[in-house]
Structure formats: structure tokens, C-alpha cells
Design a protein. Structure first.
Length: 727
């Protein structure tokens, strides 16, 4: 109303005659309880601050049809009006707008009218409500700045869905097509069924697009089913939402955000509110109103600036160059936390300085006395659990526990640790489109924070937020040192396996017996014991068991024997044994030299290139961890080859934890290498001299504290306090 008064003042000034009253038509609905007050306030202000009089032709068009409204408009036009204010809604506006355009009569609209975007160039139709497209961008920018990964859009009717089209358009243009739910509010007042569906879906962000008079009732129903706990966020898409008193909601730990155009902190707005309150009190009295009494409180205000800021219109009658304020409901009242301007529609200027006692719109109030739940994965030396026999409870210790403890002292909050049930760090499964491990605990809001040797990665950073790295590291190779042992009493048997030794003993026994039997059967091996006796009665054979075993033993020892076979058959068998003995002796000698050389050898691999080129030594990493993700997603050909090798090796080379990987390295006798973070390798090396690090870092990364994306202020404070602790 106040803006239109100024327009009428300009029109009256153009007339140039102060004696001529300014006639205006006002179409309103008595559904608005303060409409009558606003009209009376305009009349008084116009008279007090101008030299012109005003005649208002006020008509209540509630529940009137188009034909009736058309007749009313024609009647008041015949009275010589200079302009029309209203009507207050779209259904009756079409006929009024049509008449105004035809007669070139100025019309002032005060409601959201998307049809203005499709209109031809005009000057007589002006809409004080912000441009529909630009206002939609303001809401979309708010959602973008809050970094919502998913949300529920609750709308009342088709017009409400149209108001949210810029938000939906922003989702389509986003790089990652995040999931959303779109639900229409039920026609009756009971929305419990719809709200329960949202709660079961685990969606924590809600955008409510409806009339302002329905907002409080819906929020109360959400409170009834416990949808106002920590991490839940509501955006109220109504410029009048800040006028709703929601301080009566109990256990309200959720974030409630909205936009407003009129700042209640401005003196001009306060004066108007005071005037309306006074006039409402006076008009409700049955006694006659004293004009002087009304004049005194109204003249105390100064008509210095416009309630909704500077008014500018484009060639289509749409309002441009307007500003909005972001409000966050905090401690029972709305606080101004940021500004949006149509001159820079893609950004929001946050206000988060101690001087004006404001916080980010996604702040978590640590003063509420809540206990911060910290999820962790057990692993030395970051998080270790011990059982306290005195208290009967599990206690935690380690570097990560000490870090959280120091931060809690500075930020003054209580905390409790618990171990993640599936014992996973956090990996995204594209098949089921879900996370596991610590990241899942944060997403599902079962934990406020997650800390251990949790690596900050780009993929995890899209699901949760991270603090500054509290440790910088890289992937390297854990391997077992070559150890030189003192030779044992039977070390000479090491070059050949036990089976070989048993086979050789068996062959020695069998060949000795064969030589004995053959020598007994062949006539050539029977000799005259008395060379001088040409006709001996008996012949003798020197190849007794003792001599047969001595011949085979001497040949395998490469020492020969004093007696040799004479018969063709025995010589052939003996030659075969000699050839076998030659091969066995040469092989044993070569293996013995190699065995003694291996005792003095160092690591067989010096870098990850050596590991990738060979196939004898197996290698692996923690399954589903950041190291596995690094190799899986790497564009380096060597790392791709290593990933394919690890993924295809049977039995599987992936380990459930770093502890299992270290155990595998120690028990594999230098036949397994484990890929893990350098900081953990350094820790294991200090505790076990049998382990060593091979090669340099494959990459550079850091460990950080994971938290929900909405905890921006805790993020900032954790970083600040961490720096103080490190100093």
C-alpha cells in the first residue's frame, strides 16, 4: 500500500491541482484480517504527508464471480479513478487486468503472478511482488549453498509446484543427479501419513511450499512424530513464514530456514507495525475514534524509505533489483544469517560474525547439552579399545581419542565413542547405490563425527564433510626383511626336499640290489678263485651285498670304487646309475650354492614397478578402503595393472584390516607384500624389526575427521582448534 501511495502522489503532482481529490479503487478480501487496517493506514498517511486528498472506493471481492467483479470494476471506473489496487489473488485478477490493459488504467498487483513472465511489454500493470523467476532462483541458490544432497519437496497445489520449478531445474543442471522426493500435501489437515512416509525414507531435508497459514499446523504434526531432532532441516518457501510464531514447538533441534523481504529491524517497518497495532485496537472499540489521537502516533513515524526496499520495474511490469534476507530460527526467534540480491542471484552473502550474534544457517548448537557420538574403526595407534574390569565398560585410547578429547575441551561438549558395526572405513557400492562403514554412520546420522585412520578422498567428500587433515601421508609397500639364519646341523639337506631325499635313498637301495642280482646271474662276474688251477671245483662272485652297496655309494659320492663290474649287463646297469648320480650330484651342488646365496640376499623388490612386473610375490590391500579405491580409479597404467592383478588373484589377496595385512606379510615368508598408508607402515616398523618399507609414496593424502555436511560451524571450529592443539 505504501509504495502505491507514492505512485499516486506522483500522479497527483502531475495533475497540478491540490483541490482535486485522488480517486483510487481498492479490491480486497476480508479473509486477510489486517486488510482493513492497511487501507485505513494508507488513507491517513496520504492525508498527513501530502497536500492531496484521497477518495477510496473499497470493495470486498471475496467469493465473487468474474462477471460480478467486472461489473464492479466498470462501476468504479465510471467514478473517475486514477488506478486500481488489487485484487489480492489470481482468480479474480484476470478480468481486472484485462480491463486495466484495455482502458490503459494503472493496476497495482501485490500477489505472486507467474503470468507476468509471459506478458507483452506493458507499463500500466505493475506487480510489487518479486519477479517469479528471480525469486525462484533465490530459493534454488539457498538450497545450493546449503549443499543438500537430497530432499523432500512438499507442495500444496499446482501453483506451489510452479514456485519450486527453479529448485527442480537446478537439480537437473547439477553435475550429480541427487535423489529427491516430491509429494503433494494431503487435502485434509491431517498430514501424519505423509510425514511418516518421509521419516521412514530417512530423508532429513524438507522443502515446504504452501500457504503460510498451514505451515504451523504441518510443523506441529512433524514434531508429534519426532521429526525435529538434530540434523533435520526445513525450508519454508513463503515470504510470510517469518511472521509465524513457532516458538511453541517443543524439542526443536532442527534447522528452520526461510526468506523475507521486509526487515523488521528497520525503523520505518517498526513504525508501521506500531501504527497498525494502535489502529487495530482503536477500530475494535465501539466508541468514536478521535482523529487527533490517530494523528499523534502516525506523525511520529518518518516516511523515509520503502518497506520492501527500492522499487524498480522492467518493461513488463515485473519488479527487479530487490533483496532478500535469509532467516534461521534459533533459540525461539528468527535471526538474520545472510543476504541475497537479484544483482548476484547465484550467491548468498553469509553473516557469521560474533558482532551481530549470528551463525550459519546450518549450524549445530553445541550448547544444547547433547552428547556428540563419535564413530570409529579400531586400529592402532589411532583407536584402541580395552575392557575396564573395575567399571565393566569398554574404554578407548589412542591418538584419535586424544585429539577429540582436546577439541571437546576447547569447544565445551561431551562425547562418546563407539565402534562401527561392519568394521569398514566407508566405501560406495554402485550396485546398491549406498555407502558402508563410517561414512554410512555419518549419512544415517547415527554419528555426529567419525575419526580414525580415515583417508580424505574426493568420493567420500561428496557424501560427508571433512576437517583439515590431522596427518599427511601416502601409499607405500610393507614387506618383510630378509633374515640370515645360522645354519643348522642338517642344513646340508635344505637344497633338496625331503621327498627327493627319500626317492634317492630308495633308488640307491633298489639299484644296489639290482646290481647284486644281475651280477649273480651273469657268467662274466663268476671267477676262478685260484688262477693256477685250470679246473676249479667252485667259482666265486665278488658282488656281494656289501660290495654292491659300496659301488653305488662311491659313484654317487663321485669317488669311484676299487672293484668294477666285468659283465656287459652289470656294466650297463652301473653306467645308468653313474649317469643318474652325475645329474643328482650336479643338481645338489648347484642348489646348495643358490641356497647359500639366498641367505645373503636383500629384498627382491625395490619399488612398485618391480612389484607390478613380477608374479611370484603376491600383493594386496584393505578391501573397500581408500587404498583399494586409489588403485581402482587410477588412470596410471601401472596402477591399473596392479589393480587387475589384485582383483583376479586367487586365493584373494585383499585383507579385512591393516592388522590382517601385517600378519599376512609376516607369515608369508617374503611371498606377500601389503599396500598401506605410510604412517601406519612407520608405526608397524617401529614395533617389529622384521618389517620394512619398500619404495617411496605412490600418492599424497591425509586423515581427517568426518562429519555431516551441514555442520559447517563445527567444521570451522574443529579446524581452528586443531591448529591450536598442533601448536
Amino acid at each position: 500500500m505504501k509504495q502505491f501511495v507514492m505512485l499516486l502522489c506522483f500522479a497527483a503532482a502531475c495533475i497540478g491541482n491540490t483541490d482535486i481529490p485522488v480517486d483510487i479503487g481498492i479490491l480486497y478480501s476480508d479473509e486477510d484480517p489486517i486488510a482493513d487496517i492497511a487501507i485505513r493506514h494508507m488513507e491517513v498517511r496520504f492525508k498527513l504527508f501530502t497536500n492531496y486528498s484521497i477518495n477510496t472506493h473499497v470493495v470486498n471481492v471475496k467469493d465473487m464471480g468474474s462477471c460480478t467483479v467486472e461489473n464492479i470494476v466498470c462501476d468504479i471506473i465510471e467514478k473517475g479513478i486514477y488506478g486500481i489496487i488489487g485484487p489480492p489473488s489470481e482468480p479474480t485478477n484476470l478480468i481486472v487486468q484485462s480491463v486495466s490493459e484495455k482502458l490503459e488504467l494503472p493496476q497495482l498487483q501485490t500477489f505472486w503472478n507467474p503470468a507476468m513472465n509471459d506478458a507483452d511489454n506493458r507499463t500500466q500493470i505493475l506487480n510489487l511482488y518479486p519477479d517469479a523467476n528471480m525469486l525462484g532462483k533465490a530459493w534454488a541458490t539457498l538450497i545450493k549453498e546449503m549443499r543438500w544432497r537430497s530432499y523432500v519437496l512438499l507442495y500444496e497445489d499446482d501453483e506451489s509446484l510452479l514456485q519450486a520449478q527453479e529448485i527442480l531445474k537446478f537439480r537437473r543442471e547439477a553435475a550429480d543427479d541427487f535423489p529427491i522426493m516430491i509429494r503433494k500435501l494431503l487435502p485434509d489437515s491431517d498430514q501424519s501419513t505423509l510425514l511418516k512416509e518421509i521419516k521412514v525414507s530417512k530423508q532429513i531435508h524438507v522443502i515446504l511450499v504452501c500457504r503460510s497459514d498451514r505451515i504451523l499446523d504441518i510443523l506441529k504434526q512433524a514434531e508429534t512424530i519426532n521429526m525435529f531432532e538434530d540434523y533435520r532441516s526445513y525450508v519454508l518457501m513463503s515470504l510470510d513464514a517469518h511472521t509465524i510464531d513457532i516458538s511453541g514447538l517443543k524439542n526443536n533441534s532442527a534447522n528452520i530456514t526461510t526468506l523475507r523481504m521486509i526487515s523488521t529491524n528497520k525503523n520505518s517497518v517498526r513504525n508501521v507495525i506500531r501504527d497498525w497495532e494502535f489502529m487495530e485496537e482503536q477500530f475494535q472499540r465501539p466508541t468514536k475514534i478521535d482523529p487527533e489521537t490517530i494523528k499523534r502516533p502516525l506523525t511520529s513515524g518518518i516516511l523515509s524509505d520503502l518497506l520492501t526496499g527500492t522499487i524498480e520495474f522492467d518493461g513488463f511490469g515485473r519488479r527487479k533489483n530487490f533483496k532478500l534476507q535469509i532467516l534461521d530460527f534459533y533459540n525461539g526467534r528468527y535471526r538474520h544469517t545472510g543476504d541475497w540480491s537479484s544483482e548476484d542471484p547465484d550467491h548468498i552473502k553469509p553473516l557469521a560474525t560474533p558482532s551481530n550474534d549470528t551463525v550459519y544457517i546450518t549450524d549445530m548448537n553445541l550448547q544444547k547439552g547433547i552428547i556428540v557420538r563419535v564413530a570409529a574403526k579400531e586400529g592402532e595407534p589411532y583407536v584402541m579399545s580395552t575392557y575396564n574390569n573395575d567399571t565393566g565398560q569398554i574404554e578407548f585410547e589412542g591418538y584419535a581419542v586424544d585429539l577429540i578429547d582436546e577439541i571437546s575441551k576447547l569447544l565445551k561438549f561431551s562425547y562418546e565413542f563407539y565402534l562401527v558395526p561392519d568394521k569398514k572405513y566407508g566405501n560406495y557400492d554402485p550396485k546398491i547405490k549406498n555407502w558402508n562403514g563410517l561414512i554410512r554412520e555419518i549419512i544415517d546420522r547415527r554419528a555426529h563425527l567419525a575419526i580414525c585412520d580415515l583417508t580424505i578422498t574426493h568420493e567420500r567428500g561428496r557424501a560427508v564433510d571433512f576437517s583439515m587433515p590431522f596427518m599427511t601421508l601416502g601409499i607405500s609397500i610393507l614387506y618383510s626383511k630378509a633374515t640370515r639364519k645360522m645354519p643348522g646341523l642338517f642344513a646340508f639337506t635344505d637344497p633338496l626336499s625331503q621327498d627327493i631325499w627319500l626317492c634317492m635313498a630308495t633308488a640307491y637301495l633298489i639299484m644296489s640290489i639290482i646290481i647284486y642280482i644281475t651280477a649273480r646271474l651273469t657268467p662274466s662276474e663268476w671267477e676262478n678263485p685260484h688262477p693256477c688251477d685250470n679246473n676249479p671245483q667252485e667259482l666265486e662272485n665278488i658282488w656281494t651285498f656289501k660290495n654292491s652297496f659300496w659301488l653305488t655309494l662311491g659313484s654317487i659320492m663321485a669317488q669311484g670304487c676299487d672293484i668294477l663290474p666285468k659283465g656287459l649287463s652289470t656294466r650297463m646297469i652301473t653306467s645308468m646309475w653313474w649317469f643318474f648320480s652325475l645329474i643328482i650330484t650336479a643338481s645338489y651342488t648347484a642348489n646348495l650354492a643358490a641356497f647359500l646365496t639366498n641367505e645373503r640376499m636383500g629384498p627382491t623388490i625395490e619399488s612398485y614397478e618391480d612389484l607390478a612386473k613380477q608374479s611370484l610375490i603376491k600383493y594386496g590391500c584393505v578391501e573397500g578402503g581408500a587404498t583399494a579405491t586409489f588403485f581402482r580409479d587410477s588412470n596410471v597404467s601401472t596402477f591399473q595393472k596392479m589393480w587387475r592383478t589384485m582383483a583376479s588373484t586367487e586365493p584373494r589377496v585383499f585383507q579385512a584390516s591393516n592388522k590382517d595385512g601385517v600378519k599376512k606379510v609376516k607369515t608369508s615368508k617374503r611371498m606377500y607384500a601389503f599396500l598401506m598408508e605410510s604412517s601406519q607402515i612407520e608405526y608397524e616398523r617401529e614395533r617389529d624389526c622384521e618389517l620394512t618399507q619398500v619404495g617411496s609414496w605412490l600418492d599424497t593424502k591425509g586423515y581427517g575427521i568426518a562429519m555431516p555436511i551441514i555442520l559447517k560451524s563445527m567444521h570451522a571450529e574443529c579446524n581452528e582448534k586443531y591448529i591450536d592443539i598442533m601448536r
